[in-house]
Design a protein around this ligand. Sequence first.
Ligand code: ARG
Length: 566
Amino acid sequence: MNIYKAISKSVIDKITQVPEIKNFITSDILNAMSIEIPKVRDFGDFSTNVAMLLAKTLGKKPRDIADALVPYLKQIPNVASVSVAGPGFINLKLKDDYIKELSFKEDTPQNLSNGKKIDLDYGGYNVGKNLHIGHLRTTVVGDTFNRISKYLGYKTKAYNHMGDWGRPMGLIIAWVLENGMPKNVDDVNRMYPASSARAKEDPDWLEKAQKITVELQNGNPEYKKIYDTFIPMSLGQVDRLLTRLNILPFDENKGERLIAEYVPDVQKILEQKGLIEHSDGAEIISVKQDSDTEPMPPVMWKSSAGAQTYAAADLTAIYYREKTDNPDAIIYFTDNRQTLHFKQIFRAARMAGFANDAELQHIGFGTITGADGKPFKTRDGNVPSLDEMLNIVAESVKNRVKESGKILPDSTIEMIALAALKFNDLMHDVKSDYIFDVDAVTNFEGRTGPYILYTAVRLNSILKKISLVSDVQDCELSAEERDVLMFLLDFDRTVEVAFEKRAPYILANYAYDLCKLINTFYHNCPIMRDDIEDKVKSKRIKIVNQSVKTLSKAIDLMGLKVPDEM
Ligand code: ARG
């Protein structure tokens, strides 16, 4: 339950009952009104600025208004005290019994979706290339966002818009025609870069690849046979990596090739609406608007060579998704170099009348850099594959574990490495660049994945060793215990905010703050010691139990795996 929402609602209910004030509660005031959870909880659990907002309209001092509101707010059930602070902030403190009741009862899963459906587009891997560091954020953040949406009750459909129908296909086929079929995915991964390098130097080669691409798209059986040989190799590689990364299965691997079937339908609609223009042999859609202050090039609908374009696949995908899913939103997670692309596509979609009822949103990522601020490369100067990234991290974890004198199985090392890599990715605001420093992300202390796992493992092991000894109904809460429980009660609000802001980093940082809080609590409020009264012991066990539950939920949403020991 989102206790913050419940309190906000009660506060608004109460103030709109106050006779001398209720007529002044405009929607402007309600919009500007904040109910905050103060960092320092001494004054209360929630604090509102409503008296300050009313001061102007009423022509009174904020403190006087606050004083007048206090008796009303005191009537809110489960509020222990209401006080006025500073220039006129009103603070509310909840009753301990209420906190205990909320904390220790079974929480029923919430459903906030109103039945809404969301299509998510992330991953978007390319055939012919291994998954690399550039796919990390779209994969990890997209997957967590998917999990968050599901947690809140949304119906999601995760699309992996595969890059499997463009020029790289022609380049690979041209290479195969000269050098023979690939035997495995490593062969495929070598062919594309080799052929692409050659095309940069040799215009004839490029032209040949372009021609092959168009012919493949038009159904040339010889090319299709080659294509059908290397596609499963590439897809197998994607699947294996997604499993290694503990990513939920995509609902549809419908990318550039499978969407091609619907391109003629869209072509017809675009033509009927008069949206297609011809320019140097290509077909384009002009999406410029008078109000544009930045360059807005046209959408390339069909290339001058006659090939289906990247843009055509995305525009058609919107048409398809509206027809099959009728989603309330389509959200794309890619790096921010594609911002313009999606702006163009969204405009073209609106002009064509596609998905008019759906919100179209692109979340653009920053870059993962090395210490020098340039895109992260391995020591030999290569763009690392995601396998290599995980291996580098696992190696560092292994060394740390060795240094500490512990022996952990490889499966545990892998789980820690996964947490290190993913948590580090999740904790940064997606929009900004971040520096990837392998030593920092594998630290067992600080804002890291290993620290999160370590806390979970430790709490699990405490719970294994002890069991409840008495009832906890009539025991008091210390300030520290109260803080932990209040923070746990803030979990659902955190998930909701992370969803609304499309910002999984809010959840990741909550998980870290929770770990810190619970570790301090455990340090200051011993459980196992013999001199601790049964009642107190039981209460603390319950708090640990509740913390584990909440932390586990956060860990699941981040797609991490918790080992048995660390
Ligand atoms: N395959 C593309 C690339 O690697 C990313 C696809 C992103 N998703 C999309 N619907 N365009 O650049």
